[in-house]
Design a protein around this ligand. Sequence first.
Ligand code: PLP
Length: 410
Amino acid sequence: MALINENYLKLPGSYLFAEIGRRVAAFQNANPDAKVIKLGIGDVTQPLPGAVLEGLHKAVDEMADPSSFRGYGPEQGYAFLAEKIIAFDYASRGIELDTDEVFISDGSKCDTGNIQEIFGLDNKIAVTDPVYPVYVDTNVMAGRSGELGEDGKWSNIVYLPCSAENHFVPDLPQEKVDLIYLCFPNNPTGTTISKEELKKWVDYAKANKAVILYDAAYEAYIQEDDIAHSIYEIEGAKEVAVEFRSFSKNAGFTGTRCAFTIVPKEVMGYTRAGEAVPLNQLWNRRQTTKFNGSPYIIQRGAEAVYTEEGQKQIKDLVAYYMSNAKVIREGLLDLGIEVFGGVNAPYIWLKTPNNLDSWGFFDKLLKEAHLVGTPGVGFGPNGQGYFRLTAFGNKEVTEEAVERFQKLKL
Ligand code: PLP
């Protein structure tokens, strides 16, 4: 008899986006002429930068010629891309890395989801609340989460509340934790923390032999000075942190797929007997066994991000979305809505007016303004009473969305 991994049965259905789809479809059926604008899902809308397209085309042509054709590549990624990543994203900020500390992949979703495999089941994990759901669900699948309570929280996960009350800066946990997922700039709240605050987490991890899993998928959106682009800008972080980066949101790779994870050789996990083991060694073993590497063609496309043209084009792309963020942020502030994020991130997190719950506001927005966003409670219990809008739409649609907000009876 084939027994299943029963942890999968503990997972609630992917309720959030399914329920959004259901409500939008019902509305659209009842109102076939309504032009619904969607600022819900965090997917980009603008095409790939020209430099990337050129890199991709060239690589496609190489595959047509026996002398330049490539078959299986290194599972960790090609050195040509790892070297560019180190030079542009790390050495430029005074961070030294070796190419064997860079693991190129097909996405931060997979990497942030798979990383938990190299850790024991008895670790206590901590996540911010609200949170990107992948961190929680993959720990549920592994059997690390305990049971789901009526309050929407898993019994064996430590939740670090982030709300307007604490300015979206999580406090250090009261109880000892071993693995800490941090994401800054944050999805869904669009907020960040200062280097000083981040240092507290690095110090905590060092003092407790814990590991920080640092998701920096939105790093390119940072505009302000005192915010770390990499956790390795913080002293001591190379001993305790793994960092995830992606080309999805800075270069439009959500459909093209390329990302990377930094596992410095200094970061350690421990055996029960207390022996230190480099995580780099474990992740390398995991990737070489289970992953075939990101395609050569795609890695050449990602490499082109680091050309002079590519750098300019991705800056323009980020500026385009950040200009949308400003339009949304300022438009909503003018209406007296409490708004967070949207300054160093492409997400705007708003407090629902009149204390409506997240779904109540979703329905109101859909009915009165034909606008779709994401109910904050879908990202965790502490997201209740909040709502997320993305700046990834195109400019005209974003402007129209803000005009429609003015129709709301707030
Ligand atoms: N991490 C966060 C916080 C995200 O919001 C997303 C995508 O929305 C990802 C990771 C996934 O990135 P990728 O497209 O590289 O899988």
